[in-house]
Design a protein around this ligand. Structure first.
Ligand code: ADP
Length: 400
């Protein structure tokens, strides 16, 4: 979102040591969604501390556009801890991402045409979302009063939002869930919130911040902010996500007759040298065309594997194998990777020893190409449910 609107943006994985990279915006990626709240707070405060030392003017706590959380956190506890550290008593909460079908109206989050509580998120293994009323959801995990910044106000634009925020704050509200149903709403919110020390939101609100910063003379958006250097070498797709979208993307790749190797979780558990086999298979092919190596399976197969091995062990076996395969592919000369799956991406990035990513052009909403800082290595890291059905080929075509 930031890059698309002209900000040079770098993402660091975990709280780094030392000085910040040269950029308009720096994103610190934490794995804090489902850790115990106290750990999420500690890590988030460490990130804040480092960003402050780097000279950041404004802070943005980004969470999932499906508001993934539980009554124990971690959205409320982290937001309140950051507010306390920044000595501020008001901010908004807005997961809306209309381009991906996430909208907020009267405080209720919709996924496409369904309320959050009627969407697939209802059955999420870690953060089942069974209430679409975000005021109630956020209140359950926050100490201070949670309020609502209604659509009627948001639609009137930044000045009206400003006034209403002042009134809510006067009433003692500390966190205001903000309605937004399209990008204009997000732009209005961004402009109205650009002077707050802290914004909490999905990635959506960020799309309006570069213009708001430019209007304040803080920076000059650069139309070329998304350009990454061309990188030669081979290309590969690694997929460990079992989401509906990824299953369709893998199927699309197979049906278009492209080379693919399936990683079998049960064979891994039985001790078969699956990673070596995958690499031997890839070695023969990667010079000719990009290959796909996938563990992606349909829900009933995943259930069967999880029943046999345990959910955690199955996940770890597959992640470990895909990480080994990624490192091996790197040694074979693969320089452009498309990776499907959040946890899978974490494992691959670690295996490739990547700590800093420069963010490039958007492939599909929410998924950009990135470059390992200072290295001839491009990565597109796709969280499970994002991307069109032809995402893998589309991504690779963009960096051919
Ligand atoms: P998403 O972004 O779709 O949630 P993740 O990579 O975060 O994808 O999570 C998928 C998890 O499922 C990973 O831990 C992965 O190792 C595991 N996994 C992948 N394939 C299988 C499979 N065939 N059986 C069981 N677990 C699997």
């Amino acid at each position: 979102m930031l890059v698309r609107a002209g900000l040079h943006t770098v993402q660091v994985i975990g709280v780094p040591e030392g000085p910040a990279p040269d950029a308009d915006a720096v994103v610190v990626a934490l794995k804090s969604r489902t850790t115990p709240a106290a750990d999420a707070v500690r890590e988030s405060l460490a990130a804040l501390h480092w960003l402050r030392a780097a000279g950041a003017r404004q802070f943005y706590f980004k969470y999932c556009s499906t508001f993934d959380s539980t009554p124990a956190g971690n959205i409320g506890p982290v937001a309140e801890a950051l507010m306390a550290a920044l000595d501020t008593d008001f901010t908004i909460a807005c997961p809306a991402f209309p381009e991906n079908g996430r909208t907020v109206f009267r405080g209720h989050l919709f996924v496409g045409d369904a309320l959050l509580s009627d969407s697939g998120m209802r059955e999420h293994p870690l953060t089942p979302m069974r209430d679409a009323n975000l005021v109630r959801v956020l209140q359950a995990q926050s100490r201070g009063p949670v309020g609502l910044l209604r659509y009627d106000t948001v639609a009137q634009g930044p000045e009206a939002i400003h006034e209403r925020m002042a009134a809510l704050r006067g009433d003692g509200v500390r966190l205001a869930v903000a309605d937004a149903i399209d990008n204009d709403d997000l732009r209005a919110l961004a402009e109205a919130c650009a002077d707050l020390p802290l914004i909490t939101a999905g990635s959506g609100v960020a799309l309006g911040l570069p213009a708001a910063y430019a209007a304040r003379g803080w920076l000059q958006p650069d139309a070329a902010a998304a350009s990454l250097p061309a990188v030669g070498g081979a290309a590969a797709v690694l997929s460990g996500s079992c989401s509906t979208a990824t299953n369709a993307q893998v199927l699309h790749w197979l049906q278009s007759g492209r080379p693919a190797f399936r990683v079998d979780a049960l064979a891994l558990a039985a001790g078969a040298p699956v990673a070596d086999e995958a690499l031997a298979w890839a070695r023969e092919r990667i010079a000719a065309a990009p290959v796909l190596i996938y563990a992606t399976s349909a829900p009933q197969e995943v259930k069967a594997v999880q029943a046999a091995l345990g959910t955690e062990r199955a996940g770890q076996l597959v992640e470990h194998a895909l990480a080994r395969i990624a490192a091996g592919l790197g040694r074979l000369g693969v320089r452009r990777f498309v990776v499907a799956g959040g946890e899978t991406s974490g494992a691959v990035v670690q295996a490739l020893n990547v700590r800093t990513l420069r963010i490039g052009a958007t492939i599909d909403p929410g998924v950009p190409w990135t470059q390992a800082e200072g290295r001839p290595l491009l990565l597109a890291l796709k969280s499970g449910n994002f991307g069109s059905v032809d995402f893998f080929a589309k991504a690779l075509t963009q960096v051919e």
